[in-house]
Design a protein around this ligand. Structure first.
Ligand SMILES: [Zn+2]
Length: 51
């Protein structure tokens, strides 16, 4: 059976996870994700982080 060979959940096993660095707090952040530590993304705060 050569069917059902779609891109599966293992696609992220082949390529290493890319991690960017937050320009503000230098925490590792996933691309296209706001920084979980300070809420910074694309040079502005997109998440209100209580401190
Ligand atoms: Zn940050």
């Amino acid at each position: 059976m050569r069917r059902d060979r779609r891109r599966a959940a293992n696609s992220n096993l082949r390529t290493p996870v890319q991690v960017n660095q937050c320009p503000k707090c230098k925490e590792p952040v996933l691309p296209h994700r706001a920084c979980a530590a300070c809420g910074y993304y694309k040079n502005r705060e997109v998440i209100a982080v209580e401190s």
